[in-house]
Every structure is written in C-alpha cells, then in structure tokens.
Design a protein around this ligand. Sequence first.
Ligand SMILES: *[C@@H]1O[C@H](CO)[C@@H](O)[C@H](O)[C@H]1NC(C)=O
Ligand SMILES: *[C@@H]1O[C@H](CO)[C@@H](O)[C@H](O)[C@H]1NC(C)=O
Length: 365
Amino acid sequence: MYTSTLIALALATAASARPAFQRRQASALANGQAAIALNQQFASLTTSSSCTTGEDACVNQKFAQCVGGSFVVQACGPGTICAALPLTSGSGTTIACTTQSDLDARIAATGATSSDTTTAAAADTTSAAAAASTSVSSTDNSASSGSGSDLQSSTTLDPSVIQNVDDGQNPPTAGQTAAVVSQNNFMNFCALTLPNTPLTNGLQLTTGSCNPTPIGLIPSSDKMPSGKFQNPKNGATIPANKQFTITLQVKNIQLGDFTNAQQTYFANPQTLNSDGVIIGHTHFVIEAVDSLASTKVTDPTEFIFFKGVDDAQDADGNVSVNVTAGVPAGTYRMGTIVAASTHQPAIVPIAQHGLLDDVVYFTAK
Ligand SMILES: *[C@@H]1O[C@H](CO)[C@@H](O)[C@H](O)[C@H]1NC(C)=O
Ligand SMILES: *[C@@H]1O[C@H](CO)[C@@H](O)[C@H](O)[C@H]1NC(C)=O
C-alpha cells in the first residue's frame, strides 16, 4: 500500500529487541512518521487515482474506500477532515475523520515532525512504488498495524472517541433529571438488558430491543432536512378511489438511499454526503381520521397507505409516489417520515427546530 506502512513495519521490527519503554517510544515516533508520510501521499490522491479494492485512504480530506479499482469518497462531519492518525497502542496508523487540531496534537505527541519524515518518505518512494507495481495484496491498514488493529474493525473503544459528558447537574437545576454517566460511551449498555431485551440486530423486533449502534454523523443546523407536500395540498379534496400522485419537495437531504429493512434496520450510524446533508430516504404514510377537526389520538399501528420512497429527488427537489387505487371516501392525515439510510429517524444538531417532516390533511369524495 503506502510508503508509511513499510516504514512503520521496518521501524517496529528494528525496535523489537529494545526494552519495552524504549520500544513504546520508538513505536510512537514511527507511528507519527508513518502518519505524516501517509497524509503527504493522500494529498496527492484524487478520485481518479487508481487503487486496490478494499484499500482505505483520504481523498480531498474525505474518507475514501477503494471499490472496483477506484475511490468512493464520503465526507467527514462538519469541521473534520479525513487523515491518517498514529495508533496510540501498537504500531501503525489508522484512517479516521478528525479535526485538524486533533491530528496535529496526535502527531506532535509522537515527537514526529514533517521534516524528519520527508527524507524517510522520499528514500522509500522507490520501494513503495515497486511494491505497488508488483501488486501487494495485503493492502489494508490492519495488516500493517501490528497489535493495533484498524479502528473500524477493532472491538475495543479507542480513547479518541470517548465522550466526556457529566450528568448535567453541576450545579443542579430544579426539574432536570440527572443524566446517566458512562466512562465508555455506554458501549456495553445493552448487556444490562440481555437476555430479556435482545440486541437490535438488523431485524425489526416488534417486541422491543436494545440498539448498540452509535447515532453517527449529525449535520450542521443550516443543513437540517425539511419538506413540503406539493400534492395533495393541505385541505385539498380529491376524488375517492382514483389514482393520485403524492409529491413532496425536500431540501437538505439526499433521498433515495436505503438498506435492507429486514436485515439492517437501525444497524448503521447516520451518515452525511459531501454537502453535509443526511443520506437517507423518506416515507409517505396516510391515516384515516374522523374529520378535519378530529381530536382523537391516532394509533400508529393503523394506516391505510404506507410507502418507502425509493427514488432520489429530481432537480426541483421533488419525489413522487402513485397511490394507484386511491383512497376511499373519507378524511385523511398524510405525513412524511424522513430517515437515514438504515431507517432511523433523521437526527439534527439542535433541540429547537421546526418539523423535519410535513403533515397535511385532505378529504376524498
Ligand atoms: C416540483 O417542484 C417545482 C419547483 O419548485 C414545483 O413548482 C412543482 O409544483 C413540483 N412538482 C409537482 C408535480 O408538484
Ligand atoms: C404515476 O402514474 C402515471 C401513469 O398513471 C405515470 O405516468 C407516472 O410516471 C407515475 N409516477 C410515479 C412516481 O410512479
């Protein structure tokens, strides 16, 4: 793969005969140098650079995975960039989204500077190129990182992602509940509920479950999704039992992306595209109500039409679905349910905001 992994391997091997403490220092320095060299190489990559399937990199500061010989990029969260980071335990690097200042701090902590890697990286360019051209197959990060495995396959929590949140009651505020505090991001929270409440393991478990998947990427407040039904409009009257088209216009969401709802339900974090908007899809649901003025509380298990919207929006931001059989004469509430790719409701960065969904009422006669 990249030069730095070769350097890391070489230095780690050379260091192995030294006492543990020195070895740790040597490994930290080598990891820092490896990260610098890797980031220098990433700077020259573009989306048209060739790559080996399965390989991870950063392209234009976005997270890039090699699929079918070319990079597929995914933007990092707001304010963060994709970078190679020195591992803090074991030797090697990992690729992650972080802030520039965190990257700088992690590299500085290893004692590595860009001046001392320039030579090493340059000296090794030939062998890296040679290795690349003889198509080395073990190109993934984990292969090169020794005891520190790649963060995205590791089963331990990396210190860089530990949330540091207190219970919110310092000082206490009347009326507020103290939040539960965790030293490990609640990563084993669901162990408390097992076996009676199973893990949310990709299935839509109707008897309830406990989900261990993190929320993931949250957009900035100027990128919160919203939508408005274009048809039927609020208060409209449409012909009963005749096909009609539901049209919704949206902004700040990339529609048309959904995973297998029977096997991967709520099973991935929310992600954003390179414009910083949630990647996901929406749904249309129509429920019968007694009248436009009805105050009867509805039952979410009862609806007369439900459709996950498969398509991406068009250039105007519209998506449409036909209700081919129409709806019987009556009064209806129609709403959207906007979701991330793995079906969880869209999550936004601020508590006070307008609805992310739209709701209209119409009559069929
Ligand atoms: C789609 O978007 C356009 C442009 O904003 C809007 O005027 C139009 O009503 C929408 N199309 C339909 C079929 O509602
Ligand atoms: C709805 O049905 C009409 C034909 O009745 C068709 O032209 C149109 O493409 C359909 N729209 C969608 C979103 O399927």
